[in-house]
Write a protein of this length. Structure first.
Length: 258
């Protein structure tokens, strides 16, 4: 129940910053860098006490999360929120579960979920769904790695997030040509800079209470919230039948952990 509560709070934060990202005008590595820069002072304070013996694990997480963030923004730039968000959130837990618990029931759930993903596609947004699946692969990769870091390397969660953030800011800074122009968007980036680490910090804490596959499946609460936000805020029209099939497939997968 503790993990479910944490994941519910995380889903709210995640859906909120995805909505802000979709509605914003700045994207790509520049926006990822700006969000990291805004929380850099907090990260440096956390690291002042020492990075810890497994700090290198945060660098791997940073590389995976940066790839995810850039891919997600490209997907949003080419398709509707209600096409990309359910696909990326619905397919990710299936990929995680397949990697950790390949039982026949999981295979059936994966097939059902992918069927729902295809149903969510609008005929003119095939590219967006393809990018959504790529985002899901990125999500599965960082979920598996972060689960390993928490359960096997026993990383300090705050330090782990801080190392990744500092490394991301340093890595992206040299490739940005107009950093001063990027900084003018700080008001737009500030709420995302707060919600993004809050969302995933809650997921990392949940990993301390439940298995990686359980947490990955629990994160599909984001799908329902994302669909509601897309429908009522962005006035988009999600395909409800596809959403129902995705959730049904994920629930089938989740029964392997019960």
């Amino acid at each position: 129940m503790i993990a479910l509560g944490l994941l519910t709070a995380s889903a709210g934060c995640h859906a909120a910053w995805n909505l802000l990202l979709k509605r914003g005008g700045l994207g790509g590595p520049a926006f990822v860098w700006l969000c990291g820069l805004l929380t850099l002072p907090v990260s440096l304070v956390l690291l002042a006490r020492g990075p810890g013996p497994s700090a290198w694990a945060g660098l791997v997480s940073m590389a995976l999360h940066t790839t995810y963030a850039v891919t997600l923004q490209k997907a949003y730039s080419r398709s509707d929120f209600t096409a990309v968000y359910p696909v990326s959130r619905g397919a990710a837990p299936v990929l995680v579960t397949l990697a950790t618990l390949p039982r026949p029931q999981v295979l059936a759930g994966a097939a059902l979920t992918l069927t729902g993903v295809l149903m969510l596609d609008r005929l003119h947004s095939t590219r967006g769904v393809g990018l959504g699946l790529l985002v899901a692969a990125c999500t599965a990769a960082y979920t598996l790695w972060d689960g390993f870091a928490v359960t096997h390397l026993h990383v300090d969660l705050l330090t782990y997030l801080a190392v990744g953030n500092v490394a991301q800011v340093v890595l992206l800074a040299p490739i940005l040509r107009n950093r001063r122009e990027v900084l003018t968007h700080w008001r737009q980036a500030l709420p995302i800079a707060v919600l993004m680490p809050a969302s995933y910090g809650l997921v990392l804490v949940a990993l301390s209470f439940a298995s990686v596959s359980t947490v990955a499946v629990g994160r599909t609460l984001n799908v329902a919230l994302g669909a509601l936000i897309g429908a009522f805020v962005l006035r988009e029209r999600p395909r409800i039948a596809g959403l129902v099939v995705v959730v049904a497939g994920v629930l089938l997968v989740s029964r392997t952990d019960t």
